[in-house]
Design a protein around this ligand. Sequence first.
Ligand code: CUA
Length: 299
Amino acid sequence: MEALSQLVIADTLTVFNPQAPGTQSGVTLGWIVTIVCTAIFLVVAGIILFAMMRYRWREGEADPKQSAGNKTVEIVWTAIPLVIVIFLFTLTVRTMGVADPAPPADPDLVVTGHQWWWEAQYPKSGVITANEIHIPTHKPIAVLLKSADVLHEFWVAELTRKMTTVPGQPNHIWIEADTPGTYLGVCSEFCGTQHAWMRFKVIAEDPDKFDEWQKSQLQPAPEPAPATPEANGEALYRSMSCTSCHTIANKGGPAGGRVEFGPDLTHFASRLDFGSGISKNTPENLHRWLKNPQDVKPG
Ligand code: CUA
């Protein structure tokens, strides 16, 4: 696996850097719960420690005064937890309102988990891409999550909560970014041997730039000039079995339609990575991948 280590893209995923209202509210709630629970732990552990030391058995000492059935104490120690639970419940409901409002009937984005890559479709514009999701900043994006095979889990820690993709049972989440940038997404539910290499990128950009990206993605793949390396490549692509799994929009699939078994390759060159995050999209890496994909991503 020496070859593989050179390809790996160093990216980190952190839940402590929320960049969207939904994740921000979740992280804030998490800290409040942690602080409240730590305080409860300290009080309870403190009382136990005090009782152990103050009332430990000593030679010649009688039992301490018993106070079982003291009404005031019973009421107080029932009321305090009740108030704490009501407080946390209220905060949780408010957070759910921010992080998970009701989904609209028409999603902005349909993401499908495959073994082992992600397909992204924008039903409103018709853009189809893979493993690289572009979104405009400051706009909540309604995402419909599907699975083509087994359970996967869509997770962009900085922008949204986790959600499982279930075959035959679409799920829904919202994704939003306050700051332009590139965010790492992963599959966070074990789904087979290449589960760890089911990464993707979410690129949040200013609405103008997003529109530009969308327009360029809708362009047909450029026609190569005859007798160029590009033309040879296209001939190879057609003569090998590539079209059984992949689609290039204006080049037609085996029956002229779309094949969704593998990623759509129409604008492959515009993507930063390939192999669902396993490699940077450079000519050298692509050469190695095409020569022996099993060497780069076994399975
Ligand atoms: Cu897909 Cu884990």
